[in-house]
Design a protein around this ligand. Sequence first.
Ligand code: PEP
Length: 253
Amino acid sequence: MRRKTLVAGNWKMYKLSAAARELAAAIRQGLGSEQRVDVAICPPFPWLTAVAEVLRGSPIAVGAQNVYPGNEGAFTGEVNSAMLLDAGCKYVIVGHSERRHVIGEKDQFLNDKAKAALQAGLHVIFCVGEKLEERDANKTEAVLDNQLTWGLKDVPAAHAPRLVIAYEPVWAIGSGRNATPEQAQQAHVFIRWRFSQLFGNEAAEKLVIQYGGSVKPDNAASLLSQPDVDGALVGGASLQADSFLKIIRAAVV
Ligand code: PEP
């Protein structure tokens, strides 16, 4: 089955407002009416509305990089799903390795975020991936299993179609060292198999699994040509229109 490819740019904590608008406008212009690949960009919170304005009427979706699993209330500094939807978001990234390993978010909290965002109607890009020492100790599948089991616990099957999984080996993020296409394919097959156990074969066949970790214009095509690599979550290379557009074009088969 041919799944539609999703290329998403994670801008992390980069860009001030003018640069964010310019980048979104350049991506919009460069992409034209291309619709064979789904494209999303995930700017920092303060620029979500401005970027959504720039992208209005285009095929490019907006995503947030984080969400808090609550309704409105006394949660200083947090942003909930209703606010993200109101700001124009379709997607939200949950479980990025920087939130797991730098900020210290745990499976239970990530599970609460995923459930709340899905319940609200957002599409969730749920990130999983092993650290280098875990890969070296042959624990990659055990780590992925754990992150999927606890991170997606009690997600209703009806919400599975709005889940995207991003396989992002921690050792490949921002390091310039990407997984080989074979390593990515192997991990994606495992993720799809585990997802089928959780949500059934049909949902697993339709599941978009992105690869993330130092995706660049020169390695995108070989990664994206793997049968179970259905897109890319791009950090560094999404910060320039030229490199991001080249990755999107590599995804057009
Ligand atoms: C990411 O931020 O999810 C990521 C994969 O970053 P980079 O492409 O810079 O490795």
